[in-house]
Every structure is written in C-alpha cells, then in structure tokens.
Write a protein that binds this ligand. Structure first.
Ligand code: F0G
Length: 452
C-alpha cells in the first residue's frame, strides 16, 4: 500500500464540542456556546476505506516504522501519526516517548486471584510517566501555533513532562503546583528542565482555577489535560497495547482516575480502532480512584454519571489527589460504552498493591498501584473472572515517589494518620532495610534466617 496515500490523510481533523457538537477553532479548550470540553474528530475517516486507510495497511505501516531511523518513527506516539492531528515534521518535539513494555505480573496475578495478569508500564516513558505521550503532541502544536509560553497546573507528572518538552522545543514553561503536596522527585524534574515553577498554597483544584484566569489574560498556551491534543497523544498507548496483543483485545483494561483524561483517551482510542476495523471487540475499561479522592466513583454511583460530585480530595497517592476532575463527562461515556465499572480503594490497599507490583520486579508510583488494588475488588465482585485477560495501566515510575516507598517499608507511612490501625495489615509486605555491624557472620546469619 502506498505510504504516501495514507500520509496525506493525516490532516483531516477538527475540534468539536462533546456536549452540543459545535465545531471550534484549533487552539480552543471549551465550546464557546455551552462551555463543554472539546475533542478532536477525523471526519475524513468515514470515506477512506477505498483509498488506503484500512486496517491491514495501517498495521503493516506502523510495524515497518519500527525499523526506521526517522525520529518520528522512533517515537511510540508519532509512529501512529495517521490517527493524530497533523503537525509538520519540523515542529514535532519528541523524546522518543511511548514504545513502553507490557510485562506479566505473576505474583500480583496470584494475589488478585487471577490466572494471568499484564501491566502496560507507562512509567517507562522519558520523564517517567504516561504524560509524555500527550505532551509530545500538545507541545508540538503549541510550537507550530507560534506560542512562546506554555503552562499547566499539576500534581507533578504533567509539570515534569511539560517542562521537558518545552525545553526541548525552545519554549518557556510556567508550572503551578500545590505547595508541599507533590513528590520531591517530580518537583525536582520541573526545576531541572528549567520551568518557572510556582508552589501555590492551595490544592490541585485551586491551581487549576488560578491558571485558567492567567491563560485568559496572557498569551500562554494551556497544556493541562483539557487540551484536546494531549488526549490525542495519550490515545496511542491503546494502539500500541493492541499491537502488542496482536490486535486481539484483552477482556479488561484498568486505569487509575485523577482528572480522567487518561481513561477518556484510552476509551477514545478503542472507539477509533473499532471504527477503523483494527479491532472487533471493545475491552471493558474500568476506572479506579483512591477512597479519599473519589469524585468519579460517586458521580457514577450516586448520580448515574449525570452530574459531577466534587469532593475535598485527600490521599497519599498525590498524583490523583483531585476533587473536581475536568474530563468526567468523557470518562462516563467510556465506562458506559465499554461496559466498564468504577471502584475506590483505601490508602492501605494502595500501599500493599504498590509493594506487590514492586515484588514482581516492576514497581510503580502509588497512583498507578490503585489499578491492582481495584482489580482485587473487581475479582471479589465477580466483575472480572479469574480466567479473563486483564491489563493494568501503570502510569508512573517507581522512582517518582521514593519517599512514599521508603516510609512504607520502614513502617512509618501511616504513623499518626487515621489509617494507622487498618495499616497494620500491610506489615507482612514491608521490607525494611536491616542495619548491621560490618561483620561477615552477621550478614551470613541474616541470610540464613531469610532463607527460612
Ligand atoms: N497516574 C499518575 C501517575 C498521574 O500523574 C495522574 C495524573 C494520573 C494517574 C491520573 O490521570 O488525570 O488522566 O486521570 N496526574 C496529573 C498531573 C493530574 O498533574 O500530573 P488522569
């Protein structure tokens, strides 16, 4: 199939309101009529069947690009550029994001009561989180549109990613983060990559409110996940996953929920893959939140997905400490379309699950571990059957929050918190370092006792 014929069809994208369907200009975030969020659509796909945008040629083209030396082909995002909005090759800012591994998790499978379990590890992206896949597209768009400044409010990963891509693309970046409520590693990334970093004395939701005002008054391009180009980039994780599964859909995909852009993006990808004939069956997509930051779970359970139930968010999984998620409507649609479900998990359940992902030799940050903790509950509810295929989306690298990890294993993560009593059940999972005299016999004695 002629590659040229496919590539020329990359550009047919439009912005459309998810509420009233009105189309919007390329650099807007909300509908000017009803204020709902926007999404990118590709009207040209409908009549492309006879011209080459067919499943077989796309699969082959995307696989062949893996052997190419072109920087876009080496990116796990731009390799799929036929399903992305067009950005000219010279404007693309890429750190060779995507191309993340799928791992099998045998110990976690056992602990969840599953025969087999897989994880797609998005923490293996260049800045250590899934944010890079969306950021490469949105930052490139910002550069193409001529912006000098980009900005985001963040719980730490978006800011780290944005700062890196802005720096690579010669843009300045402004970061608003909640003071004292994000991990040191994430804050340090933003500083190192050169962002103008502001710690505001509020939470994530407060940072969003301030930033929304700032971008209306200054020529600064917003790179929060309401940005529809970010969602397009984040979509590619699902294309890549299905490629890794030989285009045979797993039964379930389990995603952590914060601002709900990731679940929305993965759902959009599934819808589009079905439309393009790349897959025949939609996997069920389920969203897990921390009990202390569960607006989406409450929205679905208490309001049938019709109205948002905002909460005051509190969880040690600081990446998903979000009380008023922007993309909740898009995520409701995903749950409904794919027959998925929602679940929330306690702080202790998160900490135990995180240590189990670690014990499988993979590791992840706390927000990612909600997926395993949630899966255990979904198996108990019999929503997931032990023989079904399940993929956990692990969103952040284990080194993103080493303070959490150290405190957990040393046994002081929950000291003085309301969860102290429940957390005693996590003791068998703690693997504290042992301080010894520098003596051979002491080490050997310890080794022997560990073998028993
Ligand atoms: N996991 C991690 C590691 C995250 O950093 C986030 C969100 C999520 C899950 C939730 O994804 O918002 O798309 O539902 N972090 C954002 C940030 C909010 O600013 O870094 P979501």
């Amino acid at each position: 199939m002629a590659e040229q014929a496919i590539q020329t069809r990359q550009s047919v994208s439009q912005l459309r309101c998810i509420g009233c369907g009105k189309s919007a200009l390329a650099d807007r975030f909300r509908c000017e009529r009803c204020r709902d969020l926007l999404e990118i659509i590709y009207p040209g796909w409908q009549d492309e069947g006879s011209h080459g945008l067919n499943a077989g040629s796309l699969r082959k083209l995307w696989r062949d690009r893996r052997a190419s030396l072109d920087s876009r082909d080496q990116s796990g995002v731009w390799r799929f550029r036929e399903i992305l909005p067009e950005i000219s090759a010279q404007q693309v800012i890429t750190l060779r994001e995507g191309n993340t591994p799928v791992y099998e998790l045998p110990r976690c499978a056992k602990s969840a009561g599953m025969k087999q379990l897989f994880a797609k590890h998005q923490g293996m992206n260049p800045t250590g989180s899934f944010k890079d896949t969306g950021m490469t597209v949105a930052a490139s768009f910002a550069r193409q549109a001529g912006y000098k400044w980009v900005a985001c409010a963040s719980t730490g990963n978006t800011s780290a990613s944005m700062a890196a891509y802005a720096a690579r693309g010669g843009l300045r970046s402004l970061v608003l983060i909640p003071d004292g409520k994000i991990s040191w590693s994430k804050l340090s990334q933003s500083l190192d990559y050169g962002a103008l970093t502001c710690q505001l004395k509020t939470d994530f939701d407060g940072c969003v409110r301030v930033l929304n005002e700032v971008v209306q008054r200054m020529p600064v391009y917003l790179l929060n996940s309401v940005n529809p180009y970010r969602v397009e980039g984040q979509k590619t994780v699902a294309f890549e996953l299905l490629e890794q599964f030989g285009w045979d859909s797993p039964d379930h995909i389990i995603v952590p929920g914060g601002n709900l852009a990731n679940s929305s993006a993965i759902g959009k990808a599934m819808r589009e893959m079905k439309q393009l004939g790349l897959i025949s069956k939609l996997p069920r997509i389920s969203v897990i939140q921390a009990k202390g930051a569960n607006p989406f779970i409450r929205t679905v359970r208490e309001k049938g997905g019709k109205d948002l139930v905002p909460v005051h968010a509190e969880t040690m999984a600081s990446a998903i400490r979000i009380g008023s998620p922007a993309s909740w409507k898009k995520a409701v649609r995903v749950i409904q379309e794919t027959d998925g479900t929602v679940e929330d998990v306690s702080e202790t359940e998160i900490a135990i699950a995180k240590s189990e992902v670690g014990a499988d030799g993979i590791g992840c940050e706390p927000a990612s571990a909600v997926t395993l903790a949630g899966l255990k509950k979904l198996v108990k509810r019999e929503f997931v059957k032990p023989g079904e295929s399940v993929v956990l989306i692990l969103t952040g690298h284990v080194l993103k929050d080493s303070e959490f990890t150290l405190k957990f294993h040393r046994g002081d993560l929950f000291s003085g918190t309301p969860d102290e009593r429940e957390a005693t059940s996590s003791r068998p999972h703690q693997r504290a370092p042992v301080v010894l005299d520098p003596s051979v016999s002491a080490v050997i004695e310890l080794l022997r006792s560990a073998e028993q």
